[in-house]
Design a protein around this ligand. Structure first.
Ligand code: ZN
Ligand code: ZN
Length: 421
Protein backbone atom coordinates (compact mmCIF):
# COMPACT_ATOMS: atom_id res chain seq x y z
CA UNK A 1 0.00 0.00 0.00
CA UNK A 2 0.95 3.59 0.19
CA UNK A 3 1.87 5.62 -1.98
CA UNK A 4 1.31 9.04 -3.38
CA UNK A 5 0.86 9.33 -7.07
CA UNK A 6 3.68 11.51 -8.20
CA UNK A 7 1.99 11.28 -11.50
CA UNK A 8 2.06 14.65 -13.04
CA UNK A 9 4.94 15.29 -15.25
CA UNK A 10 6.15 11.82 -14.73
CA UNK A 11 3.55 9.41 -15.93
CA UNK A 12 2.73 9.22 -19.56
CA UNK A 13 -0.53 7.70 -20.62
CA UNK A 14 -0.33 4.21 -22.03
CA UNK A 15 -0.26 5.58 -25.53
CA UNK A 16 3.06 7.22 -24.83
CA UNK A 17 4.67 3.84 -24.59
CA UNK A 18 4.23 3.54 -28.31
CA UNK A 19 6.86 6.15 -29.00
CA UNK A 20 7.57 9.80 -29.33
CA UNK A 21 4.76 10.51 -31.74
CA UNK A 22 2.35 9.73 -28.98
CA UNK A 23 3.29 12.96 -27.29
CA UNK A 24 1.20 14.73 -29.86
CA UNK A 25 -1.80 12.56 -29.23
CA UNK A 26 -4.88 13.97 -27.58
CA UNK A 27 -4.86 13.09 -23.96
CA UNK A 28 -1.15 13.45 -23.49
CA UNK A 29 -0.66 16.12 -20.85
CA UNK A 30 0.92 19.05 -22.61
CA UNK A 31 3.49 19.48 -19.94
CA UNK A 32 4.76 16.02 -20.59
CA UNK A 33 4.97 16.77 -24.27
CA UNK A 34 6.60 20.06 -23.50
CA UNK A 35 9.21 18.60 -21.23
CA UNK A 36 10.20 16.15 -23.89
CA UNK A 37 9.98 18.44 -26.87
CA UNK A 38 13.51 19.73 -26.73
CA UNK A 39 15.19 16.43 -26.73
CA UNK A 40 12.59 13.74 -26.72
CA UNK A 41 12.53 11.04 -24.12
CA UNK A 42 13.88 8.37 -26.37
CA UNK A 43 16.62 10.63 -27.65
CA UNK A 44 17.61 11.66 -24.17
CA UNK A 45 17.62 8.09 -23.08
CA UNK A 46 19.78 6.80 -25.86
CA UNK A 47 22.11 9.78 -25.65
CA UNK A 48 22.65 8.89 -22.05
CA UNK A 49 23.24 5.27 -22.81
CA UNK A 50 25.82 6.19 -25.39
CA UNK A 51 27.82 8.41 -23.10
CA UNK A 52 31.31 7.11 -22.55
CA UNK A 53 31.96 5.50 -19.21
CA UNK A 54 33.28 7.95 -16.70
CA UNK A 55 35.42 7.32 -13.71
CA UNK A 56 34.77 8.66 -10.30
CA UNK A 57 37.27 10.89 -8.61
CA UNK A 58 37.96 12.28 -12.01
CA UNK A 59 36.56 15.70 -12.67
CA UNK A 60 35.40 16.13 -16.20
CA UNK A 61 36.14 19.35 -17.99
CA UNK A 62 33.25 19.81 -20.36
CA UNK A 63 33.72 23.35 -21.51
CA UNK A 64 35.94 26.09 -20.32
CA UNK A 65 34.78 27.05 -16.86
CA UNK A 66 32.31 24.19 -16.63
CA UNK A 67 33.45 21.22 -14.67
CA UNK A 68 31.21 18.29 -14.13
CA UNK A 69 31.53 16.31 -10.93
CA UNK A 70 32.12 12.60 -11.04
CA UNK A 71 29.44 10.68 -9.18
CA UNK A 72 28.83 7.14 -8.07
CA UNK A 73 25.33 5.81 -7.72
CA UNK A 74 23.30 2.65 -7.91
CA UNK A 75 21.13 2.43 -10.98
CA UNK A 76 18.51 0.19 -12.52
CA UNK A 77 19.39 -0.72 -16.10
CA UNK A 78 16.13 -2.33 -17.17
CA UNK A 79 12.65 -3.23 -15.99
CA UNK A 80 13.97 -5.93 -13.69
CA UNK A 81 14.58 -2.96 -11.41
CA UNK A 82 17.75 -4.52 -10.07
CA UNK A 83 20.20 -1.84 -8.98
CA UNK A 84 23.96 -2.02 -9.40
CA UNK A 85 26.87 0.45 -9.16
CA UNK A 86 26.89 3.14 -11.80
CA UNK A 87 29.48 5.79 -12.58
CA UNK A 88 28.11 9.02 -13.98
CA UNK A 89 28.65 12.75 -13.64
CA UNK A 90 26.74 15.63 -12.12
CA UNK A 91 26.34 18.81 -14.08
CA UNK A 92 28.76 21.62 -13.44
CA UNK A 93 27.80 23.69 -10.43
CA UNK A 94 26.37 27.02 -11.56
CA UNK A 95 26.35 30.30 -9.66
CA UNK A 96 23.03 29.53 -8.00
CA UNK A 97 23.70 25.84 -7.37
CA UNK A 98 24.49 23.93 -4.23
CA UNK A 99 26.64 20.79 -4.28
CA UNK A 100 25.53 18.27 -1.69
CA UNK A 101 27.22 15.18 -0.33
CA UNK A 102 24.42 12.67 0.16
CA UNK A 103 24.36 11.15 3.64
CA UNK A 104 21.03 9.31 3.69
CA UNK A 105 18.29 8.62 1.19
CA UNK A 106 14.88 7.10 1.88
CA UNK A 107 13.25 4.53 -0.37
CA UNK A 108 9.80 5.50 -1.57
CA UNK A 109 7.19 3.39 -3.39
CA UNK A 110 7.61 5.73 -6.33
CA UNK A 111 11.19 4.55 -6.74
CA UNK A 112 9.85 1.04 -7.13
CA UNK A 113 7.30 2.07 -9.76
CA UNK A 114 9.92 3.87 -11.80
CA UNK A 115 12.77 1.37 -11.75
CA UNK A 116 10.41 -1.43 -12.72
CA UNK A 117 8.98 0.78 -15.47
CA UNK A 118 5.47 0.30 -14.16
CA UNK A 119 4.61 3.79 -15.38
CA UNK A 120 6.18 3.12 -18.76
CA UNK A 121 8.51 6.12 -18.66
CA UNK A 122 11.77 4.84 -17.20
CA UNK A 123 14.83 6.32 -18.89
CA UNK A 124 17.51 3.80 -18.00
CA UNK A 125 19.89 3.83 -16.37
CA UNK A 126 17.80 5.19 -13.50
CA UNK A 127 19.37 6.22 -10.20
CA UNK A 128 16.34 6.44 -7.90
CA UNK A 129 15.93 8.36 -4.67
CA UNK A 130 14.18 11.60 -3.74
CA UNK A 131 14.29 11.63 0.04
CA UNK A 132 17.76 13.06 0.19
CA UNK A 133 19.51 14.21 3.33
CA UNK A 134 22.99 15.58 2.97
CA UNK A 135 25.57 18.17 3.76
CA UNK A 136 26.54 21.12 1.57
CA UNK A 137 30.10 20.77 0.29
CA UNK A 138 30.23 23.70 -2.12
CA UNK A 139 28.07 26.58 -3.29
CA UNK A 140 28.05 28.76 -6.38
CA UNK A 141 29.08 32.40 -6.13
CA UNK A 142 25.47 33.60 -6.27
CA UNK A 143 24.09 31.31 -3.57
CA UNK A 144 22.64 33.25 -0.65
CA UNK A 145 20.67 30.68 1.32
CA UNK A 146 23.27 28.03 2.07
CA UNK A 147 26.90 27.58 2.87
CA UNK A 148 29.28 24.65 3.07
CA UNK A 149 28.78 22.44 6.10
CA UNK A 150 25.05 22.97 6.45
CA UNK A 151 22.64 20.05 6.63
CA UNK A 152 20.09 20.14 3.85
CA UNK A 153 17.44 18.12 2.11
CA UNK A 154 16.22 17.58 -1.43
CA UNK A 155 12.83 16.10 -2.17
CA UNK A 156 10.76 14.99 -5.09
CA UNK A 157 11.71 17.73 -7.53
CA UNK A 158 14.73 19.89 -8.34
CA UNK A 159 13.24 22.47 -10.66
CA UNK A 160 10.10 24.20 -11.90
CA UNK A 161 9.20 26.94 -14.37
CA UNK A 162 9.13 29.70 -11.71
CA UNK A 163 6.60 31.71 -13.70
CA UNK A 164 3.29 29.87 -13.66
CA UNK A 165 0.43 30.37 -11.24
CA UNK A 166 1.37 27.28 -9.22
CA UNK A 167 4.96 28.41 -8.84
CA UNK A 168 3.76 31.91 -7.90
CA UNK A 169 1.55 30.45 -5.20
CA UNK A 170 4.23 28.24 -3.68
CA UNK A 171 2.94 25.05 -5.23
CA UNK A 172 5.87 24.22 -7.49
CA UNK A 173 4.79 20.62 -7.02
CA UNK A 174 1.89 21.32 -9.35
CA UNK A 175 3.95 23.19 -11.94
CA UNK A 176 3.76 21.71 -15.39
CA UNK A 177 7.47 22.38 -15.74
CA UNK A 178 8.45 20.59 -12.55
CA UNK A 179 11.72 18.66 -12.89
CA UNK A 180 11.71 15.37 -11.05
CA UNK A 181 14.75 14.60 -8.92
CA UNK A 182 15.09 11.18 -10.49
CA UNK A 183 14.09 10.07 -13.98
CA UNK A 184 13.11 13.63 -14.86
CA UNK A 185 14.06 15.74 -17.84
CA UNK A 186 15.99 18.84 -16.95
CA UNK A 187 15.13 21.20 -19.80
CA UNK A 188 17.08 24.02 -18.23
CA UNK A 189 20.24 21.94 -18.36
CA UNK A 190 20.19 20.63 -21.87
CA UNK A 191 17.42 18.11 -21.40
CA UNK A 192 19.58 15.80 -19.33
CA UNK A 193 17.88 12.97 -17.48
CA UNK A 194 18.06 13.58 -13.75
CA UNK A 195 19.57 11.03 -11.40
CA UNK A 196 18.44 10.71 -7.81
CA UNK A 197 19.84 10.31 -4.35
CA UNK A 198 21.06 6.73 -4.36
CA UNK A 199 24.39 8.38 -5.14
CA UNK A 200 27.23 10.11 -3.40
CA UNK A 201 26.74 13.67 -4.65
CA UNK A 202 24.05 15.85 -6.21
CA UNK A 203 24.03 19.38 -7.63
CA UNK A 204 20.79 21.32 -7.14
CA UNK A 205 19.64 24.90 -7.64
CA UNK A 206 19.44 26.51 -4.19
CA UNK A 207 15.74 27.29 -4.56
CA UNK A 208 14.95 23.56 -4.51
CA UNK A 209 16.98 22.78 -1.41
CA UNK A 210 15.63 22.93 2.14
CA UNK A 211 17.37 23.45 5.44
CA UNK A 212 17.21 20.61 7.96
CA UNK A 213 16.77 21.88 11.51
CA UNK A 214 19.35 20.98 14.11
CA UNK A 215 18.49 18.13 16.39
CA UNK A 216 16.64 15.89 13.98
CA UNK A 217 18.34 12.51 13.55
CA UNK A 218 19.41 12.58 9.92
CA UNK A 219 18.53 9.02 8.99
CA UNK A 220 15.02 9.30 10.41
CA UNK A 221 14.52 12.74 8.91
CA UNK A 222 15.23 11.68 5.32
CA UNK A 223 11.71 10.30 4.65
CA UNK A 224 10.23 13.64 5.63
CA UNK A 225 11.46 15.04 2.31
CA UNK A 226 8.76 13.09 0.49
CA UNK A 227 6.50 11.18 2.88
CA UNK A 228 6.46 14.02 5.38
CA UNK A 229 5.54 16.82 3.03
CA UNK A 230 3.04 14.62 1.20
CA UNK A 231 0.88 14.46 4.31
CA UNK A 232 1.78 17.83 5.81
CA UNK A 233 0.94 19.90 2.74
CA UNK A 234 -2.73 18.83 2.45
CA UNK A 235 -3.19 19.10 6.19
CA UNK A 236 -2.24 22.77 5.91
CA UNK A 237 -4.22 23.31 2.74
CA UNK A 238 -7.46 21.96 4.18
CA UNK A 239 -7.16 23.17 7.75
CA UNK A 240 -6.58 19.68 9.09
CA UNK A 241 -4.04 21.09 11.50
CA UNK A 242 -6.21 22.57 14.24
CA UNK A 243 -6.28 21.34 17.83
CA UNK A 244 -9.41 19.42 18.65
CA UNK A 245 -10.22 18.42 15.11
CA UNK A 246 -10.54 14.74 14.31
CA UNK A 247 -8.32 13.31 11.56
CA UNK A 248 -8.69 9.89 10.02
CA UNK A 249 -5.60 8.27 8.49
CA UNK A 250 -6.24 5.39 6.14
CA UNK A 251 -3.31 3.00 5.85
CA UNK A 252 -0.38 2.78 8.23
CA UNK A 253 2.64 2.68 5.93
CA UNK A 254 5.41 5.13 5.08
CA UNK A 255 2.96 8.01 4.64
CA UNK A 256 0.32 7.05 7.17
CA UNK A 257 2.60 6.66 10.15
CA UNK A 258 4.06 10.13 9.57
CA UNK A 259 0.55 11.57 9.17
CA UNK A 260 -0.34 10.23 12.62
CA UNK A 261 2.67 11.99 14.12
CA UNK A 262 1.90 15.32 12.46
CA UNK A 263 -1.76 15.08 13.43
CA UNK A 264 -0.88 14.51 17.06
CA UNK A 265 1.66 17.34 17.01
CA UNK A 266 -1.09 19.64 15.71
CA UNK A 267 -3.16 18.67 18.74
CA UNK A 268 -5.74 16.71 16.81
CA UNK A 269 -7.56 13.53 17.61
CA UNK A 270 -6.16 10.93 15.22
CA UNK A 271 -7.81 7.67 14.25
CA UNK A 272 -6.03 5.10 12.11
CA UNK A 273 -8.21 3.14 9.69
CA UNK A 274 -6.63 -0.09 8.51
CA UNK A 275 -7.42 -3.54 7.20
CA UNK A 276 -4.82 -5.01 9.58
CA UNK A 277 -6.04 -5.46 13.17
CA UNK A 278 -2.46 -6.40 14.07
CA UNK A 279 -1.36 -2.80 13.68
CA UNK A 280 -3.62 -1.51 16.44
CA UNK A 281 -1.15 -1.71 19.28
CA UNK A 282 1.65 -0.10 17.31
CA UNK A 283 -0.61 2.66 16.01
CA UNK A 284 -1.77 3.61 19.46
CA UNK A 285 1.17 2.86 21.70
CA UNK A 286 4.12 3.57 19.48
CA UNK A 287 2.80 6.23 17.13
CA UNK A 288 0.36 7.92 19.49
CA UNK A 289 -2.92 7.47 17.62
CA UNK A 290 -6.04 7.92 19.74
CA UNK A 291 -8.09 5.24 18.11
CA UNK A 292 -7.92 2.44 15.57
CA UNK A 293 -10.64 1.22 13.24
CA UNK A 294 -10.58 -2.04 11.35
CA UNK A 295 -12.11 -1.01 8.07
CA UNK A 296 -13.54 -4.48 7.46
CA UNK A 297 -15.44 -4.42 10.74
CA UNK A 298 -18.86 -2.89 10.03
CA UNK A 299 -19.56 -2.50 13.74
CA UNK A 300 -16.46 -0.41 14.36
CA UNK A 301 -17.08 1.65 11.25
CA UNK A 302 -20.69 2.29 12.22
CA UNK A 303 -19.65 3.40 15.69
CA UNK A 304 -17.39 6.06 14.17
CA UNK A 305 -20.02 7.33 11.72
CA UNK A 306 -19.90 11.10 11.15
CA UNK A 307 -17.10 11.86 13.59
CA UNK A 308 -14.17 13.01 11.49
CA UNK A 309 -13.31 16.45 10.12
CA UNK A 310 -11.10 15.02 7.44
CA UNK A 311 -9.40 11.90 6.21
CA UNK A 312 -6.03 11.32 4.57
CA UNK A 313 -6.20 8.18 2.47
CA UNK A 314 -2.65 6.90 1.91
CA UNK A 315 -3.45 3.50 0.44
CA UNK A 316 -2.20 2.65 -3.04
CA UNK A 317 -4.06 -0.61 -3.43
CA UNK A 318 -7.65 -0.50 -4.64
CA UNK A 319 -10.10 -0.36 -1.74
CA UNK A 320 -13.74 0.60 -1.12
CA UNK A 321 -13.97 4.30 -0.29
CA UNK A 322 -17.67 4.84 0.23
CA UNK A 323 -17.51 3.64 3.87
CA UNK A 324 -14.71 6.12 4.51
CA UNK A 325 -16.85 9.10 3.50
CA UNK A 326 -19.45 7.92 5.99
CA UNK A 327 -16.91 8.43 8.77
CA UNK A 328 -16.75 12.16 8.08
CA UNK A 329 -18.88 14.94 9.47
CA UNK A 330 -20.91 17.03 7.03
CA UNK A 331 -18.52 19.07 4.86
CA UNK A 332 -15.64 16.83 5.87
CA UNK A 333 -12.64 16.73 3.56
CA UNK A 334 -11.20 13.59 2.00
CA UNK A 335 -7.67 13.77 0.59
CA UNK A 336 -6.14 11.02 -1.50
CA UNK A 337 -2.36 10.82 -1.45
CA UNK A 338 -2.07 7.22 -2.64
CA UNK A 339 -2.49 6.14 -6.21
CA UNK A 340 -4.48 3.01 -6.92
CA UNK A 341 -4.24 2.34 -10.64
CA UNK A 342 -7.72 0.80 -10.78
CA UNK A 343 -10.37 3.53 -10.57
CA UNK A 344 -11.95 3.99 -7.18
CA UNK A 345 -15.71 3.81 -6.86
CA UNK A 346 -17.41 6.94 -5.65
CA UNK A 347 -21.22 6.93 -5.55
CA UNK A 348 -22.46 10.52 -5.56
CA UNK A 349 -24.52 9.74 -2.49
CA UNK A 350 -21.31 9.36 -0.51
CA UNK A 351 -20.52 13.07 -0.88
CA UNK A 352 -23.58 14.98 -2.05
CA UNK A 353 -25.90 14.77 0.98
CA UNK A 354 -23.14 15.73 3.44
CA UNK A 355 -21.54 18.32 1.16
CA UNK A 356 -18.27 16.49 1.47
CA UNK A 357 -15.07 17.44 -0.29
CA UNK A 358 -12.62 15.30 -2.16
CA UNK A 359 -9.12 16.22 -3.29
CA UNK A 360 -5.83 14.76 -4.34
CA UNK A 361 -2.38 15.72 -3.20
CA UNK A 362 1.09 15.10 -4.51
CA UNK A 363 4.07 16.00 -2.29
CA UNK A 364 4.19 19.73 -1.54
CA UNK A 365 5.81 22.99 -2.61
CA UNK A 366 9.15 24.29 -1.35
CA UNK A 367 7.50 26.60 1.18
CA UNK A 368 5.49 23.74 2.67
CA UNK A 369 8.51 21.48 2.65
CA UNK A 370 10.60 23.96 4.64
CA UNK A 371 7.72 24.70 7.02
CA UNK A 372 7.16 20.96 7.49
CA UNK A 373 10.82 20.41 8.40
CA UNK A 374 10.83 23.37 10.78
CA UNK A 375 7.67 22.03 12.43
CA UNK A 376 9.16 18.53 12.61
CA UNK A 377 12.31 19.95 14.19
CA UNK A 378 10.31 21.80 16.80
CA UNK A 379 8.16 18.80 17.68
CA UNK A 380 10.75 16.07 17.17
CA UNK A 381 8.83 14.38 14.38
CA UNK A 382 10.72 11.81 12.34
CA UNK A 383 9.89 8.64 10.46
CA UNK A 384 10.28 5.16 11.87
CA UNK A 385 13.00 3.70 9.73
CA UNK A 386 15.10 0.66 9.01
CA UNK A 387 18.54 1.90 8.03
CA UNK A 388 20.27 -0.26 5.45
CA UNK A 389 23.56 -0.40 3.60
CA UNK A 390 23.62 0.23 -0.12
CA UNK A 391 24.34 -3.38 -1.00
CA UNK A 392 21.10 -4.41 0.73
CA UNK A 393 19.04 -2.14 -1.50
CA UNK A 394 17.75 -4.83 -3.87
CA UNK A 395 16.53 -6.92 -0.96
CA UNK A 396 14.95 -3.83 0.56
CA UNK A 397 13.12 -3.10 -2.68
CA UNK A 398 11.76 -6.65 -2.75
CA UNK A 399 10.60 -6.27 0.82
CA UNK A 400 9.04 -2.89 0.06
CA UNK A 401 7.08 -4.48 -2.75
CA UNK A 402 5.56 -6.79 -0.14
CA UNK A 403 5.08 -3.93 2.34
CA UNK A 404 7.52 -5.70 4.61
CA UNK A 405 8.94 -2.62 6.29
CA UNK A 406 8.06 -0.59 9.35
CA UNK A 407 7.85 2.00 8.04
CA UNK A 408 10.53 3.28 5.73
CA UNK A 409 13.86 2.03 4.45
CA UNK A 410 16.64 4.58 4.54
CA UNK A 411 19.98 3.96 2.89
CA UNK A 412 23.12 4.98 4.76
CA UNK A 413 24.59 6.29 1.53
CA UNK A 414 27.72 7.96 2.84
CA UNK A 415 28.44 5.11 5.21
CA UNK A 416 28.14 2.29 2.71
CA UNK A 417 28.20 3.40 -0.92
CA UNK A 418 31.95 3.56 -1.33
CA UNK A 419 32.48 0.17 0.24
CA UNK A 420 30.07 -1.70 -1.99
CA UNK A 421 30.98 -0.58 -5.46
ZN1 ZN B 1 8.19 9.72 -2.81
ZN1 ZN C 1 5.71 26.75 -12.73
Amino acid sequence: MSHHLHLRGSVPPLSFRGGLDARFSPGVPWHFASSSSNVGVAAASSARTLRPPQHRAKVMAKEAGEQETAALGWAARDASGVLSPFDFSRRAQKDDDVTIKVLYCGICHTDLYIIKNEWGNAMYPVVPGHEILGVVTDVGSGVTKFKAGETVGVGYFVGSCRSCESCGNGYENYCYGMVLTSNGIDAEHGGAVTQGGFSDVIVVNEDYVVRVPDGLPLDKAAPLLCAGVTVYSPMMRFGLNAPGKHLGVVGLGGLGHVAVKFGKAFGMKVTVISTSPGKREEAIEKLGADDFLVSRDPGQMQAAFGTMDGILDTVSAWHPISPLFALMKPMGQMVFVGGPTKPLELPAVAIVPGGKGIAGNCVGGMRDCQAMLDFAGKHGITAEVEVIKMDYVNTALERLQKNDVRYRFVIDVAGSLGTTA
